[in-house]
Structure formats: C-alpha cells, structure tokens
Design a protein around this ligand. Structure first.
Ligand SMILES: Cc1cc2nc3c(=O)[nH]c(=O)nc-3n(C[C@H](O)[C@H](O)[C@H](O)COP(=O)(O)OP(=O)(O)OC[C@H]3O[C@@H](n4cnc5c(N)ncnc54)[C@H](O)[C@@H]3O)c2cc1C
Ligand SMILES: Cc1cc2nc3c(=O)[nH]c(=O)nc-3n(C[C@H](O)[C@H](O)[C@H](O)COP(=O)(O)O)c2cc1C
Length: 650
C-alpha cells in the first residue's frame, strides 16, 4: 500500500492543472532575497527550485511584502517590518528577478505564486486596538485616503507580479496582516465605509480583489489565505470564516482558499509546535470545504506523508500544504512517493526556522537540518577520505557522524551512555516533546545505513583515543548539569531536571523548579512534573519566563503550565535551599524572601561544557575538534550547525 494515494490525485485550481494535491505554501525567511545581492537572489531561486526537484509543482513562493505607508522618519518595527519599508515589488531588481524565477520554475513544469503581505501593522491599522495579547505597539489609524492608497498599492503589486508571469496571487488575510485587521471585529472598530458590519469589514479585501481582477486579465489564479478561527477573545470564528469564503465564491473572483488557525502569538500560533497533534485543525477546514465549491487548502502541522494523505482522504481539504517538514527534509516528497517515509528527516517543530532570525538575529536555518540556509559557498576541506572518531552521540555527534560518512569519510562513534541522543534524548522524555525521539531514531537509522561503527556504553579516555589511530577526533561530549553556587544546592532533596525526566529522582508532592536556563528546558521539566500530578512552582531569575523561547512556541507551553496550576515566579534569584524552604532575592531590588513547604527542589540550571577530554587531547593528537554543548551549552541548532561546518571542513 502506498503511503500517498488520494493526495496524489490530480486537481485543477483556477487555471492551474496540478498533478497532485501537495503544495508548498508561501513562506519567508528562506535562504535568500529578492532585494539584496545577486548571490542572495540565486540562493532564493535555488531554495524554491529544489521543491520542484522534489516533485512539488505549485509553490506558494517567497513572502511578498507590499510597500507600506508611513511618514518619513518613522522607524517601522515588528514581525512584518524586517527592514522592508519599500516592500519587494517596488524594488528596481524585482521585475527582472521575478521574471527570471518564474521562467526557471516554468522550465521545470512548476507554477509559482506570490503572496501580498502587510503583516503586523508597522504601524498602520484600521483602528486603535491591539491584535493580540503579546504585542502592544501603538498603531497609526489609517484615514480614508490612506486606505485607498493601500488598496492601490496591493493592486499595483499584483500587477507587477502578474507582469512577471506569476501563476497565482494570494492575499495574506490572516497571520496578523492588515487585511485580517480589517476583516476582524477585534481590530476593526471603524464606523465609516471600511468597518461596522460584515460588508464594510470585508470591503478593504474586496476592493483589492476587485482591483486585481479588473487590472489583470485571467488567467491568474487568485486565492485568499484566511484564519479559520482567530482563537482570541473578540476575534472571529469558523462561522465568520465560512461567511467570508462564501461571499467571495458568490462573486466568482477568488479561485481557492488557504486555511489555517490562530494569530501570531497565542497558545496556538500558525507555527504550531509538537504539543499539538498532527493536522489538529483539519476538521475545521473540512467544515469550510462542506460549505464551498472552491478548492480548500489546509495548512498546519502536517509533517508526515501519512498525515497529508489522511487530510485529503478524510475529505478535510482538497489540497495540503507542507512547509516546515520540507525544510527539515528537502527530499520529503521523493521519499514519500518511494514509500519510504521512515527515511524522511523529521521536522520536530523546534521552530528555529522562524526564531533564529526573529529572536536572535541569526541567519535563516533549521535546527534538525543544518544544510538548510547554509551558505552556498561553504568551507570545504580536501577530497581525501579521513578516519574520524566522534566522541559523544548527542545531536552534535550524530549529525557530524552522519554527514561525514555521507561525504565519504570513515567514521566511528563512541558513546558513554547506552542510548543515542545525549541530553536531547533526556529532553525527549518530557511529555511536551513527543516528537524529539523521531529525529534521534532517524539519526540512528541513518548511521546504521551508512555503516558507521557506533559503540554504545564506551567512555572515551585519552589513551584509547590516541590508540585508535584516527586522523581526526571530534569531541561532541556535551555538557553536564550545573549546580548553582548557593547553600543547600547539594541537599538530598535537590535533584536535576535531567534526573526527573529520566525517572531516576525521587520527587515529593510540592516542587520548586529553579530555572537558570533561558531556553525550553525549564518549561519542559515543569510541564512534565505537572503532568505527573505534582504541585509545581517555577522560579525564573529573568523578568519573564524563558527569554530564548520565541513567541511562536512559548504560548503553547505557558497555556499548559497555567492549566495545570503551575505558579511562575519571575525576577526570583535563588540564594539558598533549606530543608523545606527555598530562599530568593528579587533579581533587581535584592529584596529577600522565602518560599516554604517545598518537598523537592529541581534544578534546571543550564550546563557546563564537558571539554576535559578535548583539553587533554589537544597537543597530543594533531587534529582534535570541540563542538556542540561541549563548546558552549546552547540548543540543538548550535550543535548541528557546528557539525555541518566541521563535516565539510574535514
Ligand atoms: C530538559 C532539556 C530540554 C531541552 N530542550 C531543548 C529544546 O527544546 N530545543 C533545543 O534545541 N535544545 C533543547 N535542549 C538542549 C539540547 O538537548 C542540547 O543543546 C543538545 O543536546 C546538545 O547536543 P550535544 O550533542 O552537543 O551534547 P549532548 O546532547 O549532551 O551529548 C553529548 C554526549 O556525549 C557523551 N559523552 C560525554 N563524554 C563522553 C566520553 N568521554 N566518552 C563517550 N561519550 C561521552 C554523553 O554521554 C552524551 O551522550 C534541552 C536540554 C534539556 C536538558
Ligand atoms: C520561516 C517561515 C516563514 C513564513 N512566512 C510566511 C509568510 O510570509 N506568509 C504566510 O502566509 N505564511 C508564512 N509562514 C507560514 C507557513 O506558510 C505555514 O502556514 C506554517 O509553516 C505551518 O505549516 P507547517 O506546519 O507545514 O510548517 C511561514 C512559515 C515559516 C516557517
């Protein structure tokens, strides 16, 4: 039985004759740009053309920021700003580059779309309201003339794209976009011709659609991207979404709808994490589909071919979009069609694809697939095959061993533990991370199929390493848990988060989780304990929880913690641990206080790089490397990126 069957049936959308129903919807952040250097444009083209090589036919295309209106001198900020004040369509290079990309896509028998985006206000809005609970930037309320300017700008942008030969144009009427702000009663409180009732709230979108239809003659496939439910107080729900879809269907102006849920930064974001089920909201798109004859595209946490097939087979959608999963494995569709889904490098929703650059200003990339977004002219070593010994089989060691073997090197791995995955395998035991083990298992299968010699339960010592006589040694030895330097830190009722997840710690009913780690670990440990029925308090030294867990991921965790009664303390610096009490000082005022009635203190207090072996070997072996948490304890993306670069430099 083929994993894909119904999803491979042909379908027509507008004037697009599609041989199957799997689509790569629009996304930005891709490894390239329309408006920067020629090399960046080539990177962008390569990124999208690869999807065609994998067998996708309809590409949503890169984010199409529409120029936005503001008074000169104002510095736009926010998710949609990213320095693109003039948008992409008005850039002098856009017509040439877009035409070039379209012709390359057509040469591979693909269809290319463009999306018109004006996300997050920056600062323009229909009304002086907030669109979510986690962004309180003030807005400029658009005047009638300014709204008309926008309608014209959207239409003109579509005309420019259509003149370049794009096959489809999609209006981004969700994800906190200006169009959504007009559609929704939450953000549109106007009482003029642009707001007040359904007809006037949809007018902005309708004028853009009508303008495009009157300026661009068919064939041009035109679609709307809509939230099925905004999932926010005062926002609209599925009934309103259906009403919007039907009103454009009646007009005959729109050819398809692309549907997902949620706003930017609630508990459910449009980059939903693995705490949610695969395609969790597909039932809703089924409801929309039952009410319209327009083709319905469902998008949202489809990461396996099995899920894509199910969504189509159960009638929830006509087409299915896959974004993060095809970043994690650029041969996703090929492997699915060859009926070997187990070979797909799984997306485990680390959300590095969005947070690396929105949160930390790092380059675009993927936590589990470090090749994504890597510079096309990366470092590369010799062509000679080297004998490589990798010490440690955490994310860094696994990725290095796999890639080095694929590049033709002779690789062996020594791992002290009896299992693969290192500390990430510990993280994988948390109830909020059910998907993490999939990636570790995949790495294990990868090494096995490459014939990498993996020895578990073997601790590397200097003498043995030197005796192994390899050309290169890589210490991917990870980190050990860090104990804070306070009185009581070694008490018998003080345990590490790792021990809690491994099930080796005895934990009492009332637990204080001490967080001195800005990433996901403290949230995961607290959530896990709450799931086991403990009364949990989670204490952060920072003014808010988890500063390095981005807005697209944190809401889901905070929702769960709150639902399970976890109390969160902030600006709470641990100063001492007693028999049943924990001492804190406010991180800023230094006010001292005590929390009593604590049975167990759980430390999730970061790691200390395990670099002893590396230091011992340096000088004794000609080529020793240090990578991952052993170099500096961070996250998987740091470990895998280093592994990628090192493998190519061998
Ligand atoms: C609870 C928790 C949750 C986390 N959640 C996330 C998350 O959601 N996202 C994220 O990106 N990161 C997360 N992390 C961090 C992530 O796990 C680490 O950044 C990652 O594991 C580092 O990979 P690594 O390979 O460098 O080191 P490790 O994973 O620590 O692996 C090192 C390996 O080396 C082995 N080793 C050490 N010395 C020797 C020796 N002498 N001989 C043989 N073997 C040796 C160890 O046994 C270990 O298996 C989490 C961490 C924890 C603890
Ligand atoms: C890096 C990145 C950028 C994105 N940019 C856009 C965008 O510009 N417009 C849009 O409508 N959706 C955008 N998305 C959302 C995706 O189209 C898709 O809805 C989302 O990734 C969920 O699908 P998935 O679970 O298959 O990843 C983006 C997603 C990612 C990961």
């Amino acid at each position: 039985v083929s994993v894909l069957d119904r999803a491979l049936q042909p379908i027509t959308v507008g004037h697009l004759d599609l041989p199957h129903r799997l689509v790569v919807p629009v996304h930005g952040g891709g490894a390239g740009s329309f408006t920067q250097s020629e090399q960046r444009f080539e990177d962008l083209a390569e990124f999208w053309l690869r999807r065609l090589d994998d067998g996708f036919v309809w590409l949503g295309g890169p984010t199409g920021n529409v120029r936005y209106w503001s008074i000169p001198g104002f510095e736009p900020t926010g998710i949609g700003a990213l320095g693109k004040r003039d948008g992409i369509f008005r850039h002098p290079e856009y017509p040439r580059r877009m035409s070039e990309l379209v012709s390359r896509v057509h040469a591979k028998s693909g269809y290319l779309g463009v999306q018109l985006v004006n996300q997050g206000g920056m600062p323009n809005a229909p009304s002086a309201t907030f669109s979510g609970y986690a962004d309180h930037r003030g807005v400029h309320v658009l005047s009638d003339d300014e709204i008309r300017w926008y309608v014209e700008e959207y239409v003109e942008s579509a005309v420019i794209a259509a003149d370049c030969g794009v096959d489809s144009v999609e209006l981004h009427a969700n994800h906190d976009d200006l169009i959504e702000w007009f559609l929704s009663g939450l953000t549109n409180r106007r009482r003029d011709g642009w707001g007040g009732d359904f007809t006037r709230r949809t007018r902005f979108l309708r004028e853009i659609v009508d303008g495009i239809r009157s300026r661009v003659s068919r064939p041009l496939t035109l679609g709307l991207r809509l939230a099925m439910d905004q999932l926010i107080d005062g926002g609209y729900h599925i009934d309103e979404c259906i009403r919007i879809v039907k009103s454009f269907e009646v007009d005959g102006t729109v050819d398809y709808v692309s549907l997902d849920v949620g706003g930017n930064w609630g508990p459910v974001t449009y980059l939903a994490t693995g705490v949610y089920a695969e395609a969790q909201w597909a039932q809703w798109s089924g409801q929309v589909r039952a009410e319209t004859d327009l083709p319905v595209l469902y998008v949202g946490r489809v990461s396996t071919p099995e899920t894509a097939e199910r969504v189509v087979a159960e009638g929830s959608a006509d087409l299915v979009g896959v974004v993060r999963a095809v970043m994690a494995d650029t041969a996703w569709l090929t492997k699915a069609r060859e009926n070997r889904p187990q070979d797909i490098r799984p997306c485990i929703t680390l959300n590095e694809c969005i947070h690396r650059y929105t949160l930390e200003g790092l380059g675009f990339g993927c936590g589990v697939n470090p090749a994504l977004g890597a510079p096309s002219s990366g470092e590369s070593g010799g062509t000679q095959s080297r004998r490589l010994l990798v010490i440690g089989a955490g994310p860094a060691g696994l990725e290095l061993a796999g890639l080095a073997a694929e590049l033709g090197h002779e690789v062996s791995v020594w791992e002290e533990r009896t299992y693969l995955g290192g500390r990430f395998a510990v993280a994988a035991r948390a109830r909020c991370n059910p998907g993490y083990a999939r990636w570790i298992d995949w790495q294990g299968r990868r090494l096995e199929s490459l014939g990498v010699d993996v020895t578990l339960g073997r601790r590397a010592r200097v003498g043995d390493v030197l005796a192994a006589g390899v050309d290169v040694v890589a210490c991917a030895t990870g980190s050990r848990t860090r104990r804070p330097d306070v009185v009581g830190a070694y008490g018998s009722h003080v345990v590490s988060g790792d021990a809690v997840l491994l099930g080796t710690a005895e934990v009492g009913q009332r637990v204080m989780v001490v967080a001195e780690d800005d990433g996901p670990a403290p949230l995961s440990v607290a959530d896990h304990l709450a799931g086991l029925g403990h009364d949990v308090t989670l204490a952060y030294r920072t003014p808010g929880p988890a500063p390095l867990v981005g807005k697209y991921s944190i809401g889901a965790m905070l929702a769960r913690l709150d639902a399970d009664g976890v109390e969160i303390l902030t600006s709470a610096r641990l100063t001492g641990i007693g028999a049943t009490e924990v001492e804190f000082a406010n991180s800023y005022s230094d006010r001292r206080y005590t929390r009593s009635g604590i049975d167990t203190v759980v430390l999730v207090t970061g790691g200390v790089g395990e670099d002893t072996l590396y230091r011992q070997l340096t000088g004794l072996h000609p080529q020793v490397h240090l990578l991952g948490d052993a170099f500096a304890p961070r996250r998987v993306t740091f470990a895998t990126k280093q592994a990628y670069t090192l493998a190519h430099a061998l």
